[in-house]
Design a protein around this ligand. Structure first.
Ligand code: ADP
Ligand code: 5GP
Length: 206
């Protein structure tokens, strides 16, 4: 195992706030130095989505097997579908010293908070509730019923902000990305995360 385990970075927030958009922008930047964990889902692919790139698309039966076998770090039922994070990939990357980035909804994030207390939890917040609704409707990927369920979920999701270390407003995608990158840089300098290296150095030179 590597001496310095990679960070687990969790980006979460209400549906439609722009998590997918911000995550894609972060990973399109040439100097991004962390790994994206591709999630599993039972939802149908949207137009243009590619299996094993956007998600690992699974049947309900296969997903339930993964749950039984303990292969998921977290999972949630979100508006009639399962979504979950493969455990093995996250552990393997972190053990190799790589930071891993999860983009997940808030129920899953609270499970990760329990299991991985030293994770970095970032809540992406909308500029306003009306802007959030406009984004959900504007994306045009769901039926009116699904949009209504997501809006009602979003209100409860906003109340879960207190589980997070940082709140980043997604007013403009680029600004939100800059804030997230700044948080990650600062987190790497956090005393609790780095002090052991210096204590070991002192011991070696005693
Ligand atoms: P989530 O992954 O959180 O459900 P998406 O990334 O799919 O949200 O974004 C929802 C909609 O909002 C999309 O149509 C996207 O283009 C739009 N959007 C995302 N971020 C912004 C932003 N900063 N300003 C305006 N529109 C945005
Ligand atoms: P969508 O159907 O719009 O792709 O995703 C719906 C919600 O599920 C979004 O809030 C997205 O961030 C979240 N999501 C995506 N992958 C995962 C995952 O692995 N676990 C959990 N808990 N949520 C996820």
């Amino acid at each position: 195992m590597s001496k310095h385990r990679g960070l687990l970075i969790v980006l979460s927030g209400p549906s439609g706030v722009g998590k997918g958009t911000v995550r894609k922008e972060l990973f399109s930047q040439p100097d991004t130095n962390y790994e994206y964990s591709i999630s599993m889902t039972t939802r149908q692919p949207r137009e243009g989505e590619v299996d094993e790139v956007d998600y690992f698309f699974k049947t309900r039966g296969d997903f339930e097997k993964l749950i039984e076998q303990g292969q998921l770090l977290e999972y949630a039922q979100y508006v009639d579908n399962y979504y979950g994070t493969p455990l093995e990939y996250v552990d393997r990357m972190r053990d190799a010293g790589r930071d891993v980035f999860l983009e997940i909804e808030v129920q899953g994030a609270s499970q990760v908070r329990e299991k991985v207390p030293d994770g970095l939890f970032i809540f992406l917040a909308p500029p306003s509730l009306s802007e959030l609704e406009e984004r959900l409707v504007g994306r045009g990927t769901e039926s009116d019923d699904v949009i209504a369920s997501r809006i009602s979920a979003a209100r409860q999701e906003l109340e879960m902000m207190n589980l997070y270390d940082y709140v980043v407003e997604n007013d403009e995608v680029e600004k939100a990305c800059d804030r997230i990158n700044a948080i990650i840089i600062a987190e790497h300098c956090r005393r609790e995360r780095v002090e052991k290296r210096y204590f070991d150095m002192l011991k070696e030179n005693a």
